[in-house]
Design a protein around this ligand. Sequence first.
Ligand SMILES: [Zn+2]
Length: 380
Amino acid sequence: MFEKIKGQDKTIEILRRSLKQNKVANSYLFSGPEGVGKFTSALYFGMAVNCHATLDRRPCGVCPSCSKFLSFSHPDLIYIFPFPKESGKSDITVQGEIRSDKTLMEYEEYISNKMKSPWKEFFFSKNIGIRIASIRMLEHRIQLSPNEGNYKIAIIEHADLMNVQAANAFLKTLEEPPEDTIIILTTSKPNSLLPTILSRCQNLNFYPVPKTIIEQELQNFDTLEIFEAKMIARMVNGNIEKALRLMEGGRVEVRQQTLQFLQFVLEKDDRKFLELSNQFRTSKNLSKLEEMISQLIMWLSDLAYFKHEQSEITNLDKTEMLETLFNSNPEVEDYAPDLINFMEKMLQRLTGHVNPQLVIIEIFNRFKDTFNNQNQSAAQ
Ligand SMILES: [Zn+2]
């Protein structure tokens, strides 16, 4: 099943080799950008060391052990990830029981999503973290003998979100992990981890997935035009998870709405824009907004190429809109870099506690200032 992980050949080869030579480490750190397969690789590696198939076919994905891993029900899989805190109480017992009904509900939904698509990111409703109760649960469970497998597999996803207390407690666990346990941390921010944690793990790097590989993967979707595959591959910066997510959920809709947004900018239609922006009053459609901002960045980069390098343009089917935008402010060399910078800041801001609607309003105003349409209105 390792071949399902795209663009990480070197890293996967290291894992395969350690399996073949039966030289697995007790603790690993999988670090690299979001959406490139760190968690899936951790899961598959854990499956492989416990798989019943012959060595070269591990993980097979179908034996009883693999099946249990894939449904997150293997008794030797300990999966720790950041989740919300209910105020005032310890949220999880050492046996791994979650005390609050609300958290439990969200937790179960998270796992069931993860089961359907392990490679995908899911988010909880509010401030998440890995707290000491989870680490205590981990400690407790790794002290027990494996139930069915050769190894207990502990995966700590987004390990950088451990709070100080949890990190210190975890350090003790890392000092002497039981021989029959493999602990795998995943993170996109290795520098946020304690240096002492870093130094105790075997570090494996994951890399942005090359554009060509993402393009190839996207071409498996027959509804997609080649230029669209190109556009998405360019847009996601090596994040294959994001590329696939865009394919699944509302990509066409977001593209349509991005076009509307631009139309409202040019027409200075505040009323219609407000209607459009109302869907972002809560964070429910946050990923849609992120997608929209990424697409707007793509439009800006198209504008920058519009006069001189048409081969670099991604919105090839919308040259009319590009032309209109260009004509409403041809000084693109002057404004594009700043505006793209500004948009990236806005994307960053969405990761904090911010009202998404205010972000899109700010963007709208900035676009109206930039594409003020003076030339056109003068001509009319
Ligand atoms: Zn198997």
